[in-house]
Design a protein around this ligand. Structure first.
Ligand SMILES: NC(=O)c1ccc[n+]([C@@H]2O[C@H](COP(=O)([O-])OP(=O)(O)OC[C@H]3O[C@@H](n4cnc5c(N)ncnc54)[C@H](OP(=O)(O)O)[C@@H]3O)[C@@H](O)[C@H]2O)c1
Length: 301
């Protein structure tokens, strides 16, 4: 707890999409003081009340960042070369526990291996799920799991429409585009859930799972939504083996799409968890159509 009775929250990944939203939501409430953590604090001086160096690959840098912190938000970045999520999370959990942190919030994902009985392997999902047990057993007075959905932002980033063989712009994906399977959201809004959990540990600090879900759609739904706004996108299914050759890392993504098609992104009916997450956040997350209107403008020819 910080001296002026505001809860001091240390945010890992504060310069990124998930952690950035967490910093923003915490700052929007008068209840918190924010300590942003980065490997390069000098480049982000204005980000929060305090900006402190922390590198998950160097456990010796994780002591000072958690001193006096009431809460910690942790996300690990599977996409960064050389990242061992288990090793990084274990180091952060140990350091937070040693510092006496009271509330630990971990950004997890569903256990694809358990849900699919071993049929699909998606390491950046299952690897995060396996960290849940370490968080549970660490003995924090409060802990919460938040679940990031498929980011809307992916559609203007890594999953942006590509030129197709027939000349159209759109997507060639290894799943049936008619299957409603994708839980999605504006990732900046994950912070509302995290801030709500830190504010209400009585309601969300006993290992609750809180997914951010702004919409639940098929790829046909996504394309129809965008085309209603003036785009002319297409989507078609390609065999998994063909998709796997499209770019480095495509094989794991193909597995992920197959898992979504068979089980959905969250892997089970999560309506109770979604309702609790929205209650804790104090708002309904933004729908895809509303987000796209602002963030996915039609390009003039
Ligand atoms: N894209 C999706 O649809 C999706 C969906 C669900 C979950 N995810 C998961 O989201 C995670 C990525 O989160 P994001 O989108 O917020 O990432 P991001 O925007 O790429 O930012 C990565 C953040 O991680 C920090 N970081 C990386 N390595 C670090 C280290 N060794 N020590 C300390 N901080 C480190 C970076 O901080 P500095 O550079 O400042 O040190 C940065 O703030 C991935 O694990 C991915 O699996 C993604």
């Amino acid at each position: 707890m910080s001296s002026n009775n505001k809860k001091l929250i240390a945010v890992i990944g504060a310069t990124g999409q998930q952690g950035g939203g967490v910093v923003h939501a915490l700052q929007a409430s008068s209840q918190f003081k924010v300590r942003a953590l980065s490997r390069n604090p000098g480049e982000h001086r204005e980000l929060a009340d305090e900006v402190v160096e922390a590198d998950l690959n160097r456990p010796e840098t994780l002591k000072a960042p958690f001193d006096d912190a009431y809460g910690v938000f942790l996300v690990t970045n599977a996409g960064e070369k050389g990242t061992d999520e288990s090793k990084q999370a274990t180091a952060a959990i140990r350091a937070a526990r040693d510092a006496g942190v009271e509330h630990f919030v971990w950004s997890t994902l569903p256990d694809v291996e358990a849900i699919s009985g071993g049929r699909f392997a998606v390491p950046h999902f299952t690897g995060k799920a396996r960290i849940d047990r370490i968080v549970k057993e660490a003995g924090f007075p409060h802990h919460t799991f938040v679940i990031a959905p498929g980011y809307y932002q992916n559609f203007v980033g890594p999953l942006a429409p590509q030129k197709q063989a027939d000349g159209s712009a759109g997507w060639a994906l290894p799943l049936d585009p008619a299957v409603r399977c994708l839980h999605m959201g504006d990732i900046r809004e994950l912070g509302n859930i995290v801030a709500g959990a830190f504010a209400h540990p009585d309601e969300a600090g006993h290992g609750e799972y809180l997914p951010l879900v702004g919409d639940f759609m098929s790829f046909n739904d996504i394309v129809e939504t965008l085309n209603r706004q003036g785009h002319k996108f297409s989507v078609k299914q390609v065999p998994k083996e063909v998709f796997a050759t499209f770019f480095p890392g495509a094989a794991e993504l193909a597995e992920m799409f197959s898992y979504w098609e068979a089980y959905t992104y969250l892997g089970s009916d999560s309506s109770d968890r979604i309702a609790l997450a929205n209650k804790i956040a104090g708002r309904q997350p933004t729908r895809f159509a509303t987000w796209a209107q602002v963030n996915f403008p039609v390009q003039s020819p």
